[in-house]
Design a protein around this ligand. Structure first.
Ligand SMILES: *[C@@H]1O[C@H](CO)[C@@H](O)[C@H](O)[C@H]1NC(C)=O
Ligand SMILES: *[C@@H]1O[C@H](CO)[C@@H](O)[C@H](O)[C@H]1NC(C)=O
Ligand SMILES: *[C@@H]1O[C@H](CO)[C@@H](O)[C@H](O)[C@H]1NC(C)=O
Ligand SMILES: *[C@@H]1O[C@H](CO)[C@@H](O)[C@H](O)[C@H]1NC(C)=O
Ligand SMILES: *[C@@H]1O[C@H](CO)[C@@H](O)[C@H](O)[C@H]1NC(C)=O
Ligand SMILES: *[C@@H]1O[C@H](CO)[C@@H](O)[C@H](O)[C@H]1NC(C)=O
Ligand SMILES: *[C@@H]1O[C@H](CO)[C@@H](O)[C@H](O)[C@H]1NC(C)=O
Length: 460
């Protein structure tokens, strides 16, 4: 029997798919390395080993081979091999030398996918538990991602959990980032011993926190679909046909992000309506009547919000303490014409990915991806590294991986929806286990980089 999956009514699917305007969100992120777990000290043939002479004023350079554990204690001139000061040459990591995001999907029913089963994950949102809610085919769970240039580490939950001890990981953004947070909990919970708690009611229900007491690990999610203050800020009631924001107001949300060790942002889908309203009057309610606002083209608005966010990150986040990531735009498959399907078709009943590696669905705006990339480049030029987890292309092909109608319906379908399941389908979020598990594997490969010779998952 399947376990009950949590149901929170966070987003009202009925209303969501009612809206003729698609309003969803996607995210992306970026990386800061705060601990290279692989700082094996390498002395290459070209390196000079410095022996510090403690008792003479002059350090001596030696070229003999040295037993690294030896402290040479000769009579008067005590020479101590200084481990701290030894020349450290970190070998290049996999993510330095290989673009993990350029690759292809390979069907592999002998691989270790899926990483977990729906009924094994008590934290799985019922909106994403596709098999539990009637999906009959499960091939979508068996695809693995194969980068062109290399293999990436096989997922090892226990090893990751050890490295996460004492750390707080925080996803910030829209419901696609929440989808990924669900995936992360499902991937890791069985490797975390001891008591675990899920609290979905923090900070007026904008903060969801999964905590392991014994290991002191927090895997959290903060609802801020447009990062700045918006009329979508209520996590359970944001059924709106327009987007109104305070473009410069990020602090109210962002002050809750600063103490994370690993921050994973996204925002995209909520910026896809053609016009975003920038509120002018400071005090007025975001959702209220009689507002004074500027109407701003959405692409321009997206650029602006990333500027505001970048400025905040630059000022408030200490990159030596916090690694940062931004999730790339994710595909929505609401137009089957894009892959040669039916004229009014969507992802409904799709069971196979698109096998064309360069496929690009019409709902993904490449201009916005460029804006995101350029925002992160500018930040990097200022010394702030937010690593893009560039999943845009890899999501394009996976028209088979959405919940469609196979999810908990908070409100039963209307007769009109029953007649038109294509339109009633969720083609924005992703079934779990499924594609977001791969995003997390790629994310983890950047959080904890391995060397090229490390423990890679070889299966070509
Ligand atoms: C030694 O280091 C120098 C300077 O970093 C470099 O130009 C040279 O190629 C290196 N030689 C070897 C054998 O690695
Ligand atoms: C040098 O060696 C002498 C005798 O072993 C010791 O007393 C002295 O503290 C040493 N000096 C330094 C700078 O380590
Ligand atoms: C270093 O090595 C060179 C040859 O490899 C040798 O001629 C020289 O004497 C060595 N220097 C020391 C200080 O051992
Ligand atoms: C695995 O997939 C192959 C085709 O890719 C199929 O022929 C085979 O029946 C599958 N095996 C299982 C156990 O599902
Ligand atoms: C638990 O981890 C947090 C960081 O997430 C840290 O601030 C705190 O000191 C840790 N608590 C204990 C008891 O180790
Ligand atoms: C929660 O919302 C209420 C009403 O909107 C507000 O007064 C309060 O300050 C909020 N609390 C937090 C922690 O944001
Ligand atoms: C991200 O992926 C897109 C599509 O595959 C590619 O065009 C782009 O160059 C990538 N961006 C970065 C920063 O790697």
């Amino acid at each position: 029997m399947a376990k009950k999956h949590y149901s929170i009514g966070l987003w009202n699917m009925k209303t969501m798919f009612h809206c003729s305007v698609v309003m969803f969100l996607v995210g992306g992120l970026a990386t800061l390395i705060f601990y290279r777990n692989n700082n094996q000290e390498a002395i290459n043939s070209n390196a000079t080993v410095i022996l510090v002479s403690m008792n003479t004023s002059m350090p001596t350079t030696e070229n003999k081979s040295v037993d690294t554990n030896t402290i040479t204690d000769t009579n008067t001139n005590t020479r101590v091999f200084d481990h701290q000061r030894r020349l450290k040459i970190a070998p290049p990591t996999l993510t330095d030398t290989c673009d993990l995001f350029s690759g292809r999907w390979i069907h592999d029913n002998k691989s270790h996918y899926p990483l977990y089963k729906e009924e094994e994950c008590p934290y799985l949102n019922a909106d994403l538990a596709c098999l539990t809610y009637g999906r009959k085919d499960s091939k979508y769970q068996q695809w693995r991602w194969q980068p062109h240039g290399c293999d990436f580490p096989k997922f090892d939950g226990k090893a990751i959990v050890e490295k996460l001890k004492g750390k707080r990981l925080l996803f910030v953004g829209d419901s696609v980032n929440r989808n990924q947070w669900d995936s992360m909990m499902c991937m890791l919970h069985s490797s975390i011993p001891g008591k675990k708690k899920l609290n979905m009611g923090g900070l007026n229900r904008t903060l969801y926190s999964f905590r392991s007491i014994e290991y002191n690990i927090s895997i959290d999610y903060y609802w801020a679909p447009m990062l700045v203050e918006s009329n979508g800020d209520d996590p359970s009631n944001h059924r709106l046909d327009h987007r109104t924001i305070r473009i410069n107001a990020i602090e109210k949300h962002a002050r809750h992000w600063v103490d994370a060790d690993i921050l994973i942002f996204n925002t995209y889908l909520w910026w896809r309506l053609p016009i975003i309203k920038f509120l002018k009057s400071a005090g007025s309610l975001l959702g209220g009547p009689n507002q004074v606002y500027d109407e701003v083209n959405n692409v321009h608005a997206y650029k602006k919000v990333l500027e505001v966010w970048s400025k905040w990150v630059h000022i408030h986040i200490d990159p030596s303490k916090t690694k940062m990531f931004f999730m790339g735009l994710t595909a929505t498959h609401s137009s089957a014409k894009d892959w040669g399907g039916k004229k009014y078709g969507t992802c409904y009943k799709e069971t196979e990915p698109v096998m064309d590696e360069g496929f690009w669905e019409s709902g993904t705006n490449p201009k916005m991806l460029h804006i995101l990339e350029s925002s992160l480049r500018k930040l990097k030029a200022k010394g702030v590294n937010v690593q893009l987890i560039n999943i845009t292309q890899l999501t394009q092909c996976r028209k088979d991986a959405h919940p469609t109608v196979h999810r908990k319906l908070w409100v039963p379908f209307t007769d009109a929806q029953k007649k038109n399941p294509e339109r009633a389908s969720d083609c924005t979020h992703w079934c779990l286990p499924g594609v977001p598990d791969i995003w997390n594997e790629l994310l983890l490969a950047h959080i904890f980089p391995v060397t090229e010779t490390g423990n890679l998952y070889k299966q070509r």
